[in-house]
Design a protein around this ligand. Sequence first.
Ligand code: HPA
Length: 246
Amino acid sequence: MTKLAIIGGTGLTQLSDLTIIKTEKMDTPYGASSAAFVTGELCGKEVIFLARHGNPHTIAPHKINYRANIWALKQLGVEKIIAVAAVGGITQEMVPAHIAIPDQIIDYSYGRLHTFFDDEKYPLTHIDFSYPYNQALRAGLITAAAAANIGISTYGTYGCTQGPRLETAAEIKRLAQDGCDLVGMTGMPEAALAKELGIEYAAISVIANWGAGISAGEITMAEIEENLHVGMANMAKVLKAFIAAT
Ligand code: HPA
């Protein structure tokens, strides 16, 4: 069976219902990963779980060691990654607590160590990144959502911002004009690094709030937590249906 990893973001620091088999730390040439890698069984299948922001959740998006995380997963034999992340919603369909399976990325982040191909360890390669998410994995997630009876959006351009602050209203307006449906802080360089190492990668975006300036008033942590509570419960159903079918 191909090895599957789940990378959990805000609102998913642990995979509930995972029967833990082992927990291991990994040394990498890029430094320490965000957390230990938890191998366990979910729906009768083996999966590896990694908490992107650490466990407990302390690592800011721009400080995540994306290279260590992806390199270690490759060493563990992982061939497929499902990346779960909280996002802001920008376009009409992307309402809080809803789920989307994004199909495109625009990267606005900066200053992150974003490639393996910058020293002697790997030969310089310009990967094709026209379609950043693996189409077969995306299709599997979309089918799983239907099987679990969870309504989702089957598309979405994900704009990756630097964080950790949320955006200004003008920044969200600009993202909308650029064609972004969703905004998050951790989608890149994670997706590109996975592609560089030949790991199939798809994402589940759980919408925590409207992007800045879309709804009246400030974006509060209480609102984010409330929406993530609902969205992550639905996400878990999609994930389980996906794993059961793989
Ligand atoms: N912007 C960026 N990242 C996010 C947001 C947002 O509004 N909500 C959750 N993650």
